[in-house]
Write a protein of this length. Structure first.
Length: 121
């Protein structure tokens, strides 16, 4: 019985690790697909990001855009008065705020960016 329990536990651990690895692979594949779609559909000025110096989500978005070579114009609300005014006028709850070809999006979601570009392409 003790060996059976150990084997069952080991089998469960292996199964969890396999599912986790497969999930990570799928997520990475999906992010690459979205990035390629966004990069090919967008050009300079199509995506603007209003960000904050203390926003971890802005850091993640910035890193994602950079890693996937997606052109984005960024302004930081603490250092750019015009950016701060624009942010205030949008009455947004937080950063980042993305403006994709004039369409405002709260937060960073590559799927929403791809959809906005496809609609207005």
């Amino acid at each position: 019985p003790m060996n059976l329990r150990r084997r069952s536990l080991l089998s469960l651990i292996v199964l969890v690790l396999a599912v986790s690895a497969g999930s990570e692979w799928w997520y990475g594949r999906e992010q690459s697909r979205l990035a390629a779609q966004i990069a090919s559909a967008s050009g300079p000025g199509d995506i603007e990001m209003l960000s904050s110096q203390t926003c971890v989500y802005c850091d993640r978005a910035r890193a994602w855009f950079g890693a996937h070579k997606v052109p984005v114009n960024e302004c930081v609300i603490e250092t750019d008065a015009r950016c701060a005014e624009r942010f205030a006028s949008l009455r947004s709850l937080g950063t980042p705020v993305l403006v994709v070809r004039g369409q405002v999006q709260q937060g960073f979601d590559p799927e929403l960016i791809a959809r906005a570009l496809a609609r207005q392409g």
